[in-house]
Design a protein around this ligand. Sequence first.
Ligand code: NAD
Length: 264
Amino acid sequence: MNGLMQGKRGVIMGLANDRSLAWGIAKQLAAQGAELAFTYQGEALERRVRPLATELGADFLIECDVSDMGALDAAFDTIAARWPTIDFVVHAIGFSDKNELRGRYYDTSLDNFLMTMNISVYSFTAVAKRARALMPNGGSVLTLTYYGSEKVVPHYNVMGVAKAALDMSVKYLAMDMGPENIRVNAISAGPIKTLAASGIGDLRYILKWNELNSPLRRNVTIDDVGGAGLYLLSDLSSGVTGEIHHVDAGYNVIGMKAEDAPDI
Ligand code: NAD
């Protein structure tokens, strides 16, 4: 399967460190010959992102806070100046005040609700729109969501509401951009201990629950997510758009906890 992404180039948004879901995806894209650019949020993260990018042979790094539309415009102008066309974009970005990722959903403040929706939902649409302008020959756009958008997961709160809106954004964008052969999909990843996930209350319990109750009886890794990312960003998935693809060891199909699971 070597060279699946040969001749393709794209942008990875949301790499923070080597535990990021974006890293799992970037590694597999690079291994298949993709040329990558990375955006990062602020100088502190640049120090972590630059060596990782170098490891994958990438030297194209752009600072971009996605809550700032001016910064997004500038980032895509910078990309366009070096790469007149791109083939894919990965949006692996989400943020909420961690004080509201615990306790009751009804305690969500208006300010945090709006900020969470802005950074975790609207930014995807804003990115897709700007990426589209660089995809005259079609392309693939990918975001990351979580099961808390479909069912209530303790502590996920406003982020679950935001992910529900993100899931629908995927479908509306798929419809908008389908005629231009731009595909829009999401990976719904099972819980993985990353910087962002560490802000969620009782993450250890969520991880243990998923491990014990998933059909595969394990948690997923960033490499599992990377494999699915490669599929959705490559021509292997040329007929797939508007899809919320679960990479969660099968957890989403479970309706009831299995007692004495090893015996069934
Ligand atoms: P991470 O902390 O490694 O990545 C989150 C990224 O979001 C960071 O790079 C951060 O800089 C970026 N970000 C936050 N606010 C930003 C802003 N204003 N502008 C630009 N970038 C900003 O954590 P992760 O778990 O890899 O998260 C990536 C995506 O995966 C998120 O959308 C997250 O909700 C989603 N996801 C994570 C899990 C999980 O369990 N870790 C499961 C399903 C979905």
